[in-house]
Design a protein around this ligand. Sequence first.
Ligand code: AP5
Length: 212
Amino acid sequence: MKLILFGPPGAGKGTQAKLLIEKLRLPHISTGDILRSEVKNNTDLGKQAKSFMEAGKLVPDSLVTEMVRKRMQSPDLKNGFILDGYPRTEAQAKALDEILEGGIDTAIYLATSEQVVVQRLTGRRVCPKCGTNYHMTNMPPKNDMICDQCQVELFQRPDDNEATVKNRLAVYLKESSAVLDFYKNQGKLEHVSGDLDSEEVFNIISKKIAAL
Ligand code: AP5
């Protein structure tokens, strides 16, 4: 199954992807995670992407699409994947159809309100070792600021401050309707409320996938 998780920053795409990989046994591809790793390793791509990410802007389509094209050649994706963070523009959606030839199977749209998104992102903390997302009030770790599994200190993503979150949302609002229309016109768009708690969202997505 070729599944896309689409929605605003903080909709819970990464959180749901982690739950879905257990259930569907499919690889998770997050363009945000790949780009953060490129920045951390100071690669050419990372150097080009860094300033866009820090400002809450989109990395240029050509760079991200090339990165996705390479990742899609990997043999571990032969049974499908859960793609989170791509496509984000109509040009990326068209490019993905071209890369995959037959296109995707389903796009799950996590529709989430602005107020919820800001609360989630400013409260998010991440484990630097295993990448687990926590939330200081919604999904807190057992011990203050320490990952439950790795016992290392959690950190706040640099783009999770309020000003950058607002920029990320503005970019999303500008680009998202064309992507939603693209998949709606293909009859592949499934709508789920991202405002619900994580377990409820997961149950709804699971039912939608089972009905495909
Ligand atoms: P990326 O990493 O993809 O960021 P994003 O889309 O802004 O999404 P987030 O990772 O912030 O949120 P999420 O929806 O995964 O939510 P999460 O599950 O963590 O991209 C970062 C940057 O990279 C972009 O700004 C851009 O510069 C660049 N980039 C990436 N892809 C690109 C592309 N295709 N083209 C161009 N540029 C690109 O949840 C958030 C918080 O809420 C967590 O704390 C979690 O614990 C909590 N939470 C989650 N679900 C729930 C729930 N249901 N109830 C309560 N709390 C919840």
